[in-house]
Structures are given as C-alpha cells and as structure tokens.
Design a protein around this ligand. Structure first.
Ligand code: ADP
Ligand code: MG
Length: 246
C-alpha cells in the first residue's frame, strides 16, 4: 500500500538516497535503522514529500506520483499525497503558543476546514487514546517530553492518515519517558496503524516493528522480518551495526 520505487534524492552534489525501493503493507510497522547520516530522515521526508525526490516514484494507496530531475510536480498533487501521512518528529515540534488540544485541532480546522466543535471532539478522543485528556488545556512548555510526544502523536493522527511516519520518536527522551511513548506506539501498532519509523531504539523497534530495513549511505543494505534482521541478519555489515544498538 506504500511503495517507494527507485527513490533518489540529491542535495546539490550530494546524493543522499541512491535508488531506494521498498513496499510497506497496510497495517504493518516498518523500522528504519542505520548509521547517522545514512538517509533515514530524508527517506521519511520523501514519503510525505517534505522533500521532493530527485527521481523515482512514491505511492500511497491509489495515489502515485513520479518524479524526474528538473520537472515540477503540481502542488495540489503533492498536498493530496501528503495529507495521507502524519509525521512525528524527534523534538515533538508542538506549536508553543497553542494548548495541547489546540495543537491536535489545528490541522483539522485550518487544513481540513472542520468546524471547531467537531475538531475539538475528535482531538479529545485522540488525547484520550494517548492518555493526555487530562492535559488538554496545558501549554506544551508545561508538559514533560513524553507528554509532548504523546500530544504530537495525537496531532499526527487527527486527520486519519493512512500512514504514520515517526522520525526517532523516543531519542530525545529519558528511558522512562521513552517507555510511555513506546506504549502508545505499541497500542497503535496492535490496532493496525501503518507506521514507518526511523529509530536507534532497539527496544522500540523489536517491540512493535514487523519489518525492518537497514539503510546505510542511501542504500538499502538489508530488509526483512524485524525479528530476523535484529537477531540473525544475513549481511556482516548489518550484524556489526545491530551490535552497536542497545
Ligand atoms: P539520518 O536521518 O539517517 O541520520 P539524514 O537523512 O538526516 O540521515 O541525512 C542524510 C544526509 O543528507 C546527511 O549527509 C545530511 O547532511 C544530508 N542532508 C539532509 N538534509 C539535507 C539538506 N536539506 N540539505 C543538504 N544536505 C542534507
Ligand atoms: Mg535522522
């Protein structure tokens, strides 16, 4: 249901993704692992088109967009595809001047033009789901990192995206706070939320990911079932990398 076909991404002279081809099934969780600078964030950003691939194609459900060097893709097509994704960032990126519930409502009222009452109702349901209903009216700065990330997850889910993209969702958090985020993501995985997640957190990855991809220097070195890739990888290079994770 999500397809990446031969995705290349260049920044000037630097080729960051060198022809990445992957398929993610509906309801599956894919962990993206690999050394820093290997292109994990860029790959996630190419799925939601925060970065426009230099070439290749991105498919989400029935929507497919092809990219060619120097060729502009219509903004409307990009927005249509982007709206099928939700993104969770390492550093939460909540709007500081909005309360927790306003953060969750924002996309519904501004982008999707939902009436405020309906958006508030939906936002409250999602805050309940992530265990943050009691902090609906709190300002982000008064919340712990784990709480902020749970609000950010609710915000990403608000427009019912087909896929939730998470870029190192626990790496800014102490282990205890990371665990509350892992718990929320595990629940979502159990409910069948399709997710693609870049992470260094082997506990997170092995708890919730069904599939894993090892990306290094813009190349998929190895991919397969997460349990196998983490415990008994085929490639020597993957083995050495997995050994460095905790
Ligand atoms: P990872 O998430 O695996 O650490 P990134 O996707 O962040 O890797 O980065 C991959 C490479 O792309 C790095 O060399 C990084 O410096 C480069 N890069 C990422 N974004 C940009 C950008 N906007 N402009 C130039 N280089 C970039
Ligand atoms: Mg990154």
């Amino acid at each position: 249901m999500i397809g990446l076909e031969n995705i290349e991404k260049q920044f000037g002279d630097l080729t960051v993704l060198k022809g990445v081809t992957l398929t993610m099934e509906e309801g599956s969780v894919t962990a993206l692992v690999g050394p820093s600078g290997g292109g994990k964030s860029t790959l996630l950003r190419c799925i939601n088109l925060l970065e426009i691939p230099t070439s290749g194609a991105v498919r989400i459900g029935e929507d497919r967009l092809e990219f060619r060097p120097g060729q502009r893709v219509p903004t409307a097509a990009i927005q249509r595809l982007r709206r099928q994704t939700g993104m969770v960032f390492q550093n939460f990126q909540l709007f500081p001047h909005r309360t927790a519930i306003e953060n969750v409502m924002e996309g519904l009222t501004t982008v999707l033009k939902w009436p405020t009452d309906r958006a508030r109702e939906r936002a409250m349901e999602l805050l309940e789901k992530v265990g943050m209903a009691h902090k609906a009216d709190a300002w982000p700065a008064t919340l712990s990192g784990g709480q902020q990330q749970r609000v950010a997850i609710a915000r990403a889910l608000a427009p019912s995206p087909r896929v939730l993209l998470c870029d190192e969702p626990t790496s800014a958090l102490d282990p205890e706070l990371a665990q509350e985020v892992v718990d929320v993501l595990s629940d979502l995985a159990r409910e069948g939320t399709t997710m693609v997640m870049a992470t260094h957190d082997l506990r997170l990855a092995s708890t919730i990911a069904r599939e894993a991809v090892f990306l290094e220097a813009g190349v998929v070195v190895e991919k397969g079932p997460a349990q196998k890739l983490f415990s008994n990888p085929e490639r020597e290079r993957t083995k050495r990398f997995i050994a460095t994770l905790t």
